[in-house]
Ligand binder design. Structure first.
Ligand code: AMP
Length: 143
């Protein structure tokens, strides 16, 4: 078994957390942020990130995970309401073999509708105005 790679603070989500590159934020608290995925697999696809640096779930602190999953629940209920979804898909990938492409722990929160297929993971970039409008609705639902 190979040991896991170290956390690299030049990953794109670390840059978003430091405010070096923009994002369409929907939620922030002391420990967590959530913003729109720029290549959504469905309208309303949000990413929830603990601020604490960890590469993925495998090296995360359990207390960090505990808080993050409560934010995932809040965001899941908000996107379900806003997009009138039939369900919500939660996904989280660990290491490239499992599909991880950005190496700061994050949870995908994706509204699902009966009979509507998901778009590909890391597929097509969404228009910024669409992401901004969806973020605004989700922020409003989160209060
Ligand atoms: P994962 O494979 O779980 O690491 O997924 C990374 C996700 O981040 C993908 O769904 C990408 O579409 C998304 N993504 C990549 N760059 C950005 C960015 N700058 N802002 C928001 N989402 C991003």
């Amino acid at each position: 078994m190979t040991s896991p790679a170290a956390y690299d603070d030049n990953n794109i989500f670390a840059k978003i957390l430091r405010g070096e590159i923009p994002s369409h934020r929907v939620y922030e608290d002391e420990h967590t942020i959530a913003f729109m995925d720029v290549m959504p697999q469905a309208p309303g696809h949000v990413l929830v990130l603990p601020k604490a640096p960890s590469r993925n779930l495998l090296d995360a602190d359990p207390a960090t995970l505990t808080h993050a999953i409560t934010v995932v629940q809040k965001v899941a209920n908000a996107v379900k309401d806003v997009f009138d979804a039939d369900g919500v898909f939660i996904a989280q990938f660990n290491e490239p073999a499992a599909g991880q492409t950005v190496f700061h722990l994050h949870f995908h929160v994706i509204p699902r509708h009966e009979g509507v297929a998901l778009k590909p993971h890391s597929g097509k970039m969404e228009d910024g105005a669409v992401l901004a409008a969806n973020a605004e609705k989700i922020r409003a639902a989160l209060g």
